[in-house]
Write a new protein. Structure first.
Length: 115
């Protein structure tokens, strides 16, 4: 089982990034997918989640209107489009897959917002 995040990096305030998380080794279309993040010195927090079929999404208040989660079950990939990034969005972002009692995590990818 693997969840591999990509697309992170350094971006200026107000900029955009799109994170991807490629899944393998399990039936991706069964799983609810989530993005979490963890900033230095802070607890990991839920950013967004998307239902197994992609028809339902939910967001943390601090990203509503700026971030969009989506998935492509044919490609076994979940995405997080991040717009209007601010300094407070700097964190390691993690992809998470969950179905009943099964749960998998990606290794995380750094997003740094800095001028």
């Amino acid at each position: 089982v693997q969840l591999v995040e990509s697309g992170g990096g350094l971006v200026q305030p107000g900029g955009s990034l799109r994170l991807s998380c490629a899944a393998s080794g399990f039936t991706f279309s069964n799983y609810v997918m989530r993005w979490y993040r963890q900033a230095p010195g802070k607890e990991r927090e839920l950013v967004a989640h998307i239902s197994s079929g992609g028809g339902s999404t939910n967001y943390a208040d601090f990203v509503k209107g700026r971030f969009t989660i989506s998935r492509d079950n044919a490609k076994n990939t979940v995405y997080l489009q991040m717009n209007s990034l601010g300094l407070e969005d700097t964190a390691v972002y993690y992809c998470n897959a969950r179905w009943v009692t099964r749960e998998y995590w990606g290794q995380g990818i750094q997003v740094t917002v800095s001028s």
